[in-house]
Design a protein around this ligand. Structure first.
Ligand code: PMP
Length: 305
């Protein structure tokens, strides 16, 4: 782990000083919300992808959990940029977390203070360097995505990742890169840390938010890019078996970016490698984040010109 300064409750502190007590509420009850954001080394300098949208989701996640973050979106934005600058990194992953600190140790989160930190580190291709080109082998998980009205799926909460962790461990121990969760009624939801898209006959499908998926910011970007490239994108429940007869499948996410899936449950998808629609979307996406071309206003440049 890189030892870059961490913004902790309002100021940058050395890596070693960003500590919490074992009796913090979050350690016992998973009471945190967080974000994962990427800063890219673009041809026009380091730039953060959709920073405001990520911080808005953080504030939304906190609101769902009745957590008052004592900073405005603008303050968090400035703090994130300050943390990136302090690291000296040109490209990095940014992890803001709001959590319940040390107060009362009963379940009631309202009795524990809200604390906030932002850490950064270097992070390459999430599912492996070759994955973006070659695609990954995945399984349908035996674990379902949380049911509606259990854990709120629109919140990116630490607690949700107890479920995601089970999915990921099962997949990795079975020799796969990732697991796909089905909703409680058996429709395709998403990966443990990615949204999922399916292509058949040139039309792009993805699960609707009603299936308890995380409203992914990359998902949203890919829907926009796909429509602007002339594709039809349909948000609808996808039956499990549609995965096995898809022409193309791919994951989207901040960490995973746009990662092709070449097999599911040992069924080969399409030609068993990245398909043309996935490649066209990757090209459009990477042109923005690598070349710094920004027709959508998605980049926040780190260095003030
Ligand atoms: N679903 C889950 C469960 C995730 O953890 C993530 C990663 N944040 C995503 C989807 C993708 O979301 P985003 O594109 O906003 O990173």
């Amino acid at each position: 782990m890189d030892r870059h300064p961490i913004w902790f409750n309002g100021k940058l502190v050395p890596f070693e000083e960003a500590k919490i007590h074992v009796l913090s509420h979050v350690v016992h009850y998973g009471s945190s919300v967080f974000e994962g954001i990427r800063c890219y080394h673009t041809a026009r300098g380091p730039a953060v992808f959709r920073l405001r949208e990520h911080l808005r989701r953080l504030i939304d996640s906190a609101r769902i959990y009745r957590m008052e973050i004592p900073y405005t979106l603008e303050e968090l934005e400035a703090a994130a940029l300050e943390t990136v600058r302090a690291s000296g990194l040109k490209a990095c992953y940014i992890r803001p977390v709001a959590f319940r600190g040390m107060g009362s140790l009963g379940v009631n989160p309202l009795k524990a203070p809200v604390e906030v930190f932002i850490a950064v580190w270097e992070w390459g291709a999430y599912l492996g360097d070759e994955a973006l080109e070659q695609g990954v082998d995945v399984q349908v998980s035996t674990w379902n995505r949380m049911a509606p009205n259990t854990l709120p799926a629109m919140a990116k909460a630490g607690a949700n990742y107890a479920n995601a962790g089970l999915v990921k461990m099962e997949a990795v121990l079975n020799g796969y890169s990732e697991g796909i969760m089905l909703s409680v009624d058996g429709y395709v939801a998403e990966g443990s840390g990615e949204n999922l898209f399916l292509v058949r006959d040139g039309v792009i499908y993805t699960a609707p938010l009603t299936l308890s998926i995380l409203p992914g910011i990359t998902r949203d970007a890919v829907i926009t890019l796909a429509r602007d490239l002339g594709y039809t994108v349909i948000e609808q429940p996808i039956p499990r078996e549609a995965l096995y007869i898809a022409d193309e499948l791919f994951f989207t996410g901040t960490a995973a970016e746009i990662t092709p899936i070449r097999s599911v449950d040992r069924y080969t998808i399409g030609q068993g490698r990245r398909g043309p629609v996935t490649e066209a979307l990757q090209r459009a996406f990477f042109e923005i984040v690598r070349e710094g071309k920004d027709p959508y206003g998605w980049l926040t440049f780190v260095e003030v010109p």
